[in-house]
Design a protein. Sequence first.
Length: 112
Amino acid sequence: MADQPQAQPYQRVDQLYVVIARVNDQPPKLAITNDELLRQHRAYLKEEHDKGTLVGSGPGQDHDDKRYVGAVMLLRCASLADATELAHREPYLREQQRIAEIIPWRRVWFEK
């Protein structure tokens, strides 16, 4: 019996966007309360997660894990322009309390 060829892994690619939202050291004064901003932030995260556009998110700490420095969001969007628009709807970014850096990222993994 001849040797059977080994199955080659199937490569999958998912285009995502990493949003690094750093604390703005000189933010403008808020027109709403901090509690309201936090409520809007949580509602935004839930809505985008439910739609499947928010893959994950969480707070960022400094190297000593003592100071909050911002947040990271992982978005699934069709383009960098879409990711930019979606990221800037996030309340802390919208209110310029954080400053965003958006990096296109292709998640690659292999399956049999």
